[in-house]
Design a protein around this ligand. Structure first.
Ligand code: ADP
Ligand code: MG
Length: 291
């Protein structure tokens, strides 16, 4: 391709909210055979809402207060939903101390002198928490298609929050558009298999990898690349950065986190998933015209 065609394409792309961070990105994008999607904030709106708060002992609002206080510094969409639900209920949050975020797992912090863990079953189990008393609650929440966020206080299982998120309105059409073009859509998510399967079904994706840590997502991309297959990855979060970098084309979507944007070759401004199809078509056209 001539530089002129690329310049024209990147101008047209920018007008549609598609930013190319390298000239090569478009050239590689039109040759991909697989496209992997993150779930939360990419295929879903990423605006989960608190749908249930189940405490093993004590009141749901005490549980929510500790969990929301611990989550306060986190920029994860689940954390924001938990914090805003607490505020809506008029709960006053406490300043957390020693906050640590574990991407793809959850957070830990000290709140009002208590050691609070909020996150996945795997995260809490890794921290030595006995999850047996939470199992029925977790199953109930997941059966309703919600993400289960587990809470432990001072080393003891304390309760489960259920968070509901919606699949983006244009997800199904976008997935179908890539499949029609011979590009296999894949869903990679850190969430539980039951929840991921529900989202995959709603979006029309058949290949699913669930319960993945950030490094697992990168390894999954590497597997897809075997035999020289070119793979694109679309994600929005800090947890997606390793996979975005491993992919032949990394695409950051939405408001995104700075780290995802840094790791990406193409940035889609706004939440519209169908901008991906626009980007792909532009990539094809700009090279076909000059081949
Ligand atoms: P996804 O792949 O669905 O975008 P992530 O990789 O960001 O999800 O996170 C995987 C899982 O880790 C989430 O479904 C959630 O259960 C848990 N998790 C990550 N960060 C947090 C957090 N700040 N608070 C609670 N749970 C979290
Ligand atoms: Mg995400």
């Amino acid at each position: 391709a001539t530089p002129l065609a690329l310049i024209r394409a990147s101008g047209e792309a920018a007008a549609r909210g598609i930013l190319m961070r390298s000239g090569e990105a478009f050239q590689v994008f039109r040759n991909v055979r697989a496209i992997a999607f993150d779930k939360t904030g990419t295929l879903t709106e990423g605006k989960p809402a608190l749908a249930g708060c189940h405490a093993l002992a004590g009141t749901p609002s005490d549980l929510l207060k500790l969990a929301a206080s611990a989550e306060h510094p986190s920029e994860h969409p689940l954390a924001r939903a938990i914090v805003s639900a607490a505020r809506q209920q008029g709960i006053r949050l406490s300043e957390p101390e020693g906050f640590v975020a574990e991407p793809g797992r959850g957070v830990r912090a000290r709140v009002e002198g208590h050691d609070v863990l909020v996150g996945t079953s795997r995260f809490l189990a890794e921290q030595g928490i006995d999850l047996t008393p939470l199992h029925p609650l977790v199953e109930r929440v997941q059966r309703e298609g919600q993400t289960a966020v587990l809470v432990a206080i001072d080393g003891q299982a304390a309760g489960v929050l259920g968070l509901a998120d919606r699949v983006k309105a244009d997800a199904r059409a976008t997935i179908e558009a890539f499949r029609r073009r011979g590009i296999e859509p894949i869903l990679l998510s850190g969430d539980h298999r039951r929840v991921v399967n529900a989202v995959a079904a709603a979006a029309g994706i058949e290949v699913v990898r669930a319960e993945m840590l950030p490094a697992d997502k990168a390894a999954a991309i590497r597997e897809l690349q075997h035999g020289g297959v070119r793979v694109a990855m679309v994600g929005d979060g800090i947890n997606d950065a390793p996979a975005l970098m491993q992919a032949d084309v990394g695409i950051a979507i939405g408001a995104g986190t700075d780290i995802a944007i840094e790791a990406a070759d193409i940035v889609l401004i706004g939440d519209r998933l169908s901008a991906l199809v626009d980007a792909y078509e532009l990539a094809r056209r700009s090279y076909r015209l000059t081949a």
